[in-house]
Design a protein around this ligand. Structure first.
Ligand code: FRU
Length: 522
């Protein structure tokens, strides 16, 4: 993960700062902050081993995902100077496989009246290729006349490293009357001779996605409110994303104020003449506590891939804090890349990309076994119990249990006793509970790390014989996939290194486990 081949590119960059004017000065400071602190940051205890993170400081949303000159480029909301959110820059990284990333010099810095404010900056957006140039389209957030001002802007590059802001900025300078000044996160795509842009907004308590059209990426015409909340989907839609998949249109967005929903999708049909979206199906992209602001792109093989930011904002109901890594000078990581798949009913599946299998090292395989009622089986010595992928297959038909519980990041009893811990709360455990009767899957975070609260749940819909569960654990996170990848649940867990036990148990009857595999991942 921390593969810093960046010094060469940073050196090349050194000559370009002056050319980039005020933005260049800011970028120079940002890149200095990175070079100064990256080595000590790499050594920090909570650093993830295979999830994407910024080299130092704070990161949030994935931005500008694109294939450019046969490589994957990823930009992200970045504060290089602190582990807390602050004035936003765009970080930048490149990869051949979306699993191992190389950090590149910072791509965008706040520098102009329209994107320079201590509580604003270069907010989220996207990347497209236009006439041999890599164009970044983002929201400039500033403060004018005692008001927050959000406008859409563009920056372009020929070399894919140095970006110049367009003299035409802002390319969309005001919001239409039907929307409010919360007006951000443009996502652009091409269809025929035209570019289309969808942008997040809201009005009168209803979140919405706005549709624009352009022939040159500079002059934009407002078409319509593409879709809006029916009252149950939040008051402001952040990071909307629109794409075609298997003949249907998908609209994704991150609603603010939609209760437990933090990243949703609608599938249906976009009528380009009216600019309206006709919904057939709606669902959640992730049922966990730490997944937001997902962005998608079409990869080298035409697959639709998405990444999400794995954290929650302080306005979310379950928020406790941004996590223990802030004390180490960094915060934020992205989910594993997930391929979006369409089903006949219009429901989506989110499948970790196949390339992730190349990270698998040693394997622990256990053949089919029956867990008797109240029996707990420890999975002993499976790698370090922390940096692992777990795959298990439960036979639903031949299990009589009420519940199956998979425990991980658990304080081993031995350590618990040796340390003379007596207080409840000193030992940790995260439990994935399958309730056979209620057909529910829960991720119980109540005892995960002493900070985290609550539990996430999703219903199991499948009427099939088996239930597959796949889990990715890394230094401070868990991502659970189940029910044929209809369910994803992401949560950050800041448990200690010693909290590394994995076990499986059956309650109120027996559970037939057809397969149990653990891979070391690095
Ligand atoms: C989503 C978001 C976006 C905004 C960005 C600012 O997480 O709030 O709406 O552009 O983060 O960093």
């Amino acid at each position: 993960m921390e593969d810093f081949a960046l010094s060469r590119k940073f050196l090349i960059r050194w000559n370009d700062y002056e050319r980039l004017g005020k933005a260049g000065e800011r970028l120079k400071l940002a890149d200095k902050a990175i070079t100064l602190r990256r080595e000590e940051t790499v050594k920090m205890k909570w650093r993830q081993q295979y999830h994407f993170m910024a080299p130092v400081g704070w990161m949030n949303d994935p931005n500008g995902l694109i294939v450019w000159e046969n490589k994957y480029h990823l930009f992200y909301q970045f504060n290089p100077f602190s582990a807390k959110w602050g004035e936003m820059y765009w970080g930048h990284a490149v990869s051949n496989d979306m699993c191992k990333w190389e950090h590149l010099p910072t791509a965008l810095a706040p520098s102009e009246a329209y994107d320079d404010w201590e509580k604003g900056g270069c907010f989220s957006g996207c990347a497209v290729e236009n006439n041999g140039k890599l164009a970044l389209i983002y929201t400039g957030t500033s403060f004018e006349d005692n008001k927050i001002r959000q406008v859409q802007c563009m920056a372009e590059s020929r070399d894919g490293i140095n970006f110049c802001k367009s003299p035409e900025n802002p390319i969309i300078s005001s919001y239409p009357g039907c929307a409010s000044g919360d007006f951000r996160d443009p996502k652009v795509w091409k269809r025929g001779a035209f570019w289309y842009l969808v942008c997040g907004s809201g009005k009168d308590g209803k979140g919405m996605a706005l549709l624009y059209k352009s022939s040159d990426l500079i002059h934009w015409e407002f078409i319509n409110i593409l879709a809006e909340s029916d009252g149950t989907m939040g008051y402001m839609w952040e990071c909307p994303d629109v794409f075609e998949l298997d003949g249907q249109t998908v609209l994704m967005f991150s609603p603010m104020g939609a209760g437990e929903h933090q990243c949703m999708y609608l599938t249906g049909k976009l009528d380009y003449d009216s600019g309206r979206f006709h919904e057939h199906f709606r669902g959640d992209i992730d049922y966990g506590q730490d997944f937001y602001a997902a962005q998608s792109f079409s990869d080298l093989n035409g697959r639709r891939i998405l990444f999400g930011w794995c954290n929650s904002w302080d306005w979310m109901p379950w928020f406790t804090d941004f996590g223990a890594s802030q004390a180490e000078g960094w915060c934020g990581h992205l989910s594993v890349p997930r391929e979006v798949k369409m089903t006949d009913s219009g429901e989506l599946r989110f499948v970790p990309i196949n390339e992730l299998k190349s990270l698998r090292k040693r394997n622990w395989h256990i053949d089919a076994f029956v867990l008797k009622s109240e029996e707990e089986k420890k999975i002993v010595n499976a790698a370090d119990g922390i940096h692992v992928e777990i795959l298990l297959k439960i036979n639903l038909e031949q299990s009589t249990a009420e519940k199956m519980i998979l425990r991980f990041r658990k304080t081993p009893e031995r350590i618990f006793k040796e340390a003379g811990m007596t207080e409840p709360g000193e030992n940790h455990v995260t439990s994935l509970i399958l309730d056979f009767e209620q057909k529910e899957l829960y991720l119980d975070l109540q005892k995960s790390d002493g900070k985290k609260k609550g539990r996430c749940s999703a219903d199991i819909r499948r009427e099939e014989k088996y239930l597959d569960v796949r889990i990715f654990l890394d230094s401070c996170s868990a991502e659970v996939f189940a029910d044929d990848y209809r369910i994803a649940m992401s949560a950050n867990i800041f448990a200690d290194e010693k909290d590394n036990e994995i076990s499986i148990s059956s309650m109120g009857g027996s559970t037939l486990v057809e397969q149990f595999d653990v891979w070391e991942i690095s």
